[in-house]
Design a protein around this ligand. Sequence first.
Ligand SMILES: NC(=O)C1=CN([C@@H]2O[C@H](COP(=O)(O)OP(=O)(O)OC[C@H]3O[C@@H](n4cnc5c(N)ncnc54)[C@H](OP(=O)(O)O)[C@@H]3O)[C@@H](O)[C@H]2O)[C@H](O)CC1
Ligand code: K
Length: 506
Amino acid sequence: MVNTNLEAPASHYLLTSELSQEIDQKTIQNIGIDGFTLMEVAGKSASQLLLDQYSELSNGLYLCGKGNNAGDALVLARYLLQNDIKASIVFISGSDDLSEDTRTNLQLLHKYDQHNRLKIYESWNDAKPLDTFDFVVDGLLGTGLNSDVRGKYAEAIQWCNHQQTPVFAMDIPTGLHADSGEIMGIALQADHTYSFGGRKQGFYLGDGPNLTGKIDYCELPFPNKYKQDCHSFLLDESWNSTEISPTGKHKYDSGVLYVIAGSEGLTGAAIMATKSAWAEGIGAIVLICPRGTLPIYEQTLPSIIKKPVGDRDDFFFKKKHIQKSLQIIGEKEGALLIGPGIGRDKSTIEFVQSILEENSKPTLIDADGLWCLSQLTEWPKPHDRNWILTPHPGELSKLTAENFDTDYQRLQIVQQISQKEGVTLLSKGMPGIIGTPEPKSYLTNYDTTPFARAGNGDVLAGKIASYLALGYSPDTSCAMGLLNGKQKLDHLLKQSQEVPEPTDFI
Ligand SMILES: NC(=O)C1=CN([C@@H]2O[C@H](COP(=O)(O)OP(=O)(O)OC[C@H]3O[C@@H](n4cnc5c(N)ncnc54)[C@H](OP(=O)(O)O)[C@@H]3O)[C@@H](O)[C@H]2O)[C@H](O)CC1
Ligand SMILES: [K+]
């Protein structure tokens, strides 16, 4: 294979609340870097980024709880105070019961205030009406939140969401669930989130994308070995680097893409998938088609090798085409794409079942191919075969017989199925999710719903299958398909506001 597996940079690890706390604790207990030091690094790196990005700030309002999230905000306040930026600190539930490191940081903050630029309020009520301020810092609650935001915290968030000034969240916007992106009763709308030690998975699910604003990753001194338990990663455009983009150098010396697609009335799907794969520069594509549909492809796909199966009056795939199709697929190295427009006839289901069971190629199953798979009580997947499945939300439900109301549930289903069945599963939606058997999951920070639209799905399947035939691993092939698709989508949307037609992507 050209590239065995996707390797996410540290900045793209997505932490859950549990993993976040586990890494914190292991670093403190096993490595000996104490919580106070971690807090210092967190607040300091946020201050550096903030000063670089916002040069005109003069007076900050810091909303603080009593835990370590407030401590991060106090460290930030100290560094900004050093830069002559005043601080009004509101302790929503008073300062009597602060966590140890947060209390220490409050004492330090007083020592750094030479010119009376610091004001402390002991409750939300004391603080109103508030002094003038030109930014708000959210140090209310951090990543561990697992119940609805209570009392004065909720009141402060509601007030904050009506302010015009920029809001900077420490680690996570308060009220956002770190794993699921769910709003816990109420959540703060941030303009900027400084995320410590790792971005949180919930930034990319549910309401996360609407609440975080711009996200900056602030590195903490966590040993790499503690991050190995992380199984979920961000897939964004910064990945579009040479290591995962198709360079073209393998184009002509690698395998053939075999396409089993199209039936009467659905030949457009086969045409789009095939053209799209061809546009990626693969050296050879063999389209296997029922003989009755051949005349259409002779006209529309002149550069593609067509291998018809069956008789002139065969317009969809049947059981009797199995042996001939398997023989064709077996001729050369490469990959197989099966599904676009093959239809749902009972005999087609039997055909798909046998092809999946007996062909030895890495295989991408899409569209009607997924429907056929959903009709089988057991998936006919040999252990040593690589399969990619590319369902849109409806297809995913059908395939897994599971309903999901949230994208967090969708993520969990994708993870379960890809592990249980040993497949790579690309679930289209917002976010796009790639699940692998390893188990690893990749979440996009952009909407992949346009690829769920009929036609666009065929185009995406063609691209991913062509990378598979070029020798890329299944997860890399999916990532490249999504990233290259996104580039094209952005380009097309710049020219017109409408969702592009499938042929525009080719
Ligand atoms: N050393 C470290 O671990 C580092 C942590 N960092 C930062 O710390 C936060 C996590 O800090 P933590 O102290 O665990 O949590 P919080 O700051 O969120 O505070 C927890 C307290 O908040 C109260 N609470 C809990 N749920 C609610 C709710 N639904 N509504 C209102 N209040 C709530 C609760 O107090 P109770 O007495 O009411 O039970 C908790 O005690 C992490 O996100 C980082 O920002 C540093 O970054 C690095 C080192
Ligand atoms: K926060």
